[in-house]
Design a protein around this ligand. Structure first.
Ligand SMILES: Nc1nc2c(ncn2[C@@H]2O[C@H](COP(=O)(O)OP(=O)(O)O)[C@@H](O)[C@H]2O)c(=O)[nH]1
Ligand SMILES: [Mg+2]
Length: 361
């Protein structure tokens, strides 16, 4: 399960977008969202490969992995210093795998702007500053710890210390941590710090009705900071979602020339941002399940996605590519053909692997 958080200035259009994503209208657009809390909605990520895998092994049913969207309200200037409910919001953001940063670009005068002026670049800076300051604080604390190990000559610590110094410099210059590549010699450096500005970001430019281009201030900023960007009109998407799938909504989409592409762009953009690979678990007479993992992680990490106990008791993994499994007609066929392999915990997972973890306990 991946968590995607909606952040942005008050009145930017977060809740409108969230509602659009979670409404029945989204269901009609092939995204059967479920609202599980007022500000949390999930959507299953369908994968046609899984249908073949499940049929091949005779699974009882399919359980789809989900993306959870969180409407995170109230990130305001001063949050990093605990202003308002600052700490709580930052904690919410910390738990997310990626962020949708909603930026008000529409110029509707009926909608109040918190500082009285529509200025996308300034709004982005306000939000990012809070995240940068929170990261600076944790990076400095982590640095003072790691520098001791680095002085003793520990190679990993030396690489991590260098990286932290670069991160601190970047943050001080107003650049997010994701712009500083993690060194090969300290692969866990980012996981140890877990910076808010290290998360992938998709800027959602909330534009005037009838526009569909990302304004250049937003597009340029996204490009300069390794983020993605899409344009939508949150209000129209919310209105359309309210209408559901009826002819009126279709006619309106046609008239506005937006199809159902607005929400598609957001969901696909969010998903693409995460740079995930899919893997599958499937057994006869049991639920087959899809999972997602960051690129470059191992069978041991995959086991942890399934269950912490399975990871703890990891003995070995049986792995077969989904196509090879379908081709062989099942696991025993794969064993005969040699396409089903035994792998250890450091096996690098590939997109489309079907995994069985042998574990103790
Ligand atoms: N004209 C216009 N108004 C919008 C748009 N998106 C949101 N709004 C309005 O702006 C106000 C704040 O939107 P909301 O989604 O609640 O913002 P949030 O504070 O970021 O959650 C509401 O009155 C919305 O109807 C838009 O694309 N165009
Ligand atoms: Mg809101």
């Amino acid at each position: 399960m991946m968590k995607v958080g909606l952040v942005g200035m008050p009145n930017a259009g977060k809740s409108s977008l969230f509602n659009a994503l979670s409404q029945a209208g989204a269901e009609a657009a092939n995204y059967p969202f479920t609202t599980i809390e007022p500000n949390v909605a999930t959507v299953p990520v369908k994968d046609p490969r899984m249908e073949q895998v499940a049929a091949t092994v005779g699974a009882s049913n399919i359980v789809w992995d989900t993306i959870e969207f969180h409407d995170i309200a109230g990130l305001v200037a001063g949050a990093s210093k605990g202003e308002g409910l600052g700490n709580k919001f930052l904690a919410n953001i910390r738990e997310c795998d990626a962020l949708l940063h909603v930026v008000r670009c529409h110029t509707d005068e009926n909608v109040i702007h918190p500082v009285g002026k529509v200025d996308p670049a300034a709004d982005i800076e306000t939000i990012e500053t809070e995240l940068l300051l929170a990261d600076l604080d944790s990076a400095e604390r982590r640095h003072s710890r790691v520098i001791r190990d680095a002085r003793s000559g520990d190679k990993v610590a030396v690489a991590e210390e260098q990286w932290l110094r670069q991160v601190i410099e970047a943050l001080q210059a107003g650049k997010p941590a994701r712009t500083v590549p993690v060194p090969a010699a300290a692969p866990d450096a980012a996981r140890n710090l877990y910076p808010l500005t290290g998360k992938p970001v998709l800027f959602v430019a909330n534009v005037n009705e009838g526009e569909d281009a990302v304004p250049s201030v937003v597009a340029d900023h996204a490009a300069a900071t390794g983020a993605g960007a899409v344009a939508i009109s949150s209000r129209i998407e919310a209105d359309l979602a309210d209408m559901g799938d009826d002819e009126e909504a279709d006619a309106m989409r046609e008239e506005l020339g937006i199809g159902d592409s607005g929400l598609h762009r957001v969901v696909n953009g969010a998903f693409g941002l995460l740079r995930l690979i899919a893997f599958f678990t499937a057994g006869e007479g049991k639920p087959a399940q899809t999972w997602h993992l960051r690129e470059g992680l191992t069978a041991w990490h995959a086991a942890g996605e399934i269950h912490s106990d399975i990871q703890k008791g990891f003995v070995r993994a049986e792995v077969i590519g989904w196509e090879a499994l379908v081709e062989a007609g099942g696991y025993s066929g794969g064993r005969d053909k040699g396409t089903l392999r035994l792998e250890g915990r450091d096996y690098l997972m590939k997109d489309g692997d079907v995994l069985t973890v042998k574990h103790t306990g």
